[in-house]
Design a protein around this ligand. Structure first.
Ligand code: COA
Length: 150
């Protein structure tokens, strides 16, 4: 991968300890180990990304016919803000294109300004809103649905 030097590998069971701990630390509604197991068993594209042999990021992409759905994209806290999220997103969009997808969709919490900024700046457009999609500490939170034309 360009700019930041990331090595990408398919996620395996041995990655899940690290993945699940990062997931629990960074997401308000984290995926469980079972969710990652299910995603791998279902054949979704589950990736981990390493820098100098250390894991720094992971992502899950689901493909349905000519649509790709970005289900998870996470950069470990101590590696954020260094271009990793943008590099991983670029890799995932290339992968989706390579597998014949025409569009990539995702949902993002309305309050997640960093992720919204990442997606907007890389060409995703907001196409809808799912009311109360995410659990919240006080009230449920809307999801912004975004699309990227590949
Ligand atoms: C969202 C996330 C993947 C971004 O990864 P990152 O490696 O920190 O982002 P990058 O350094 O590659 O920055 C990419 C873009 O994100 C935005 N961004 C990054 N840090 C930001 C900040 N502190 N404030 C505002 N925007 C920011 C910018 O648009 C930036 O583009 P630019 O550098 O051209 O300005 C990462 O913060 C993360 O894993 N967050 C927790 C999990 C999460 O929310 N995942 C997304 C769920 S939909």
């Amino acid at each position: 991968m360009t700019q930041v030097r990331l090595e990408c590998r398919p996620m395996s069971a041995s990655d899940l300890g690290w993945v699940v701990s990062v997931e629990a630390a960074l997401h308000a509604s984290p995926w469980s180990r079972g969710n990652f197991d299910d995603a791998m068993s279902a054949g979704y594209a589950c990736w981990t990304f390493r820098e100098c042999a250390s894991p720094v990021a992971y992502a899950v992409l689901m493909s349905v016919l000519d649509e790709a759905h970005l289900l998870n994209l996470t950069v470990a806290a101590d590696h954020q803000g260094r271009g990793m999220g943008a590099a991983v997103l670029s890799f995932l969009l290339d992968e989706a294109r390579r597998h014949g997808a025409a569009q990539c969709f995702l949902e993002v919490r309305e309050s997640n300004q960093v992720a919204l900024s990442l997606y907007r700046s890389r060409g995703f457009e907001a196409i809808g809103r799912r009311k109360g999609y995410y659990p919240g500490t006080q009230a449920r939170e809307d999801a912004i649905v975004m699309r990227y034309r590949l």
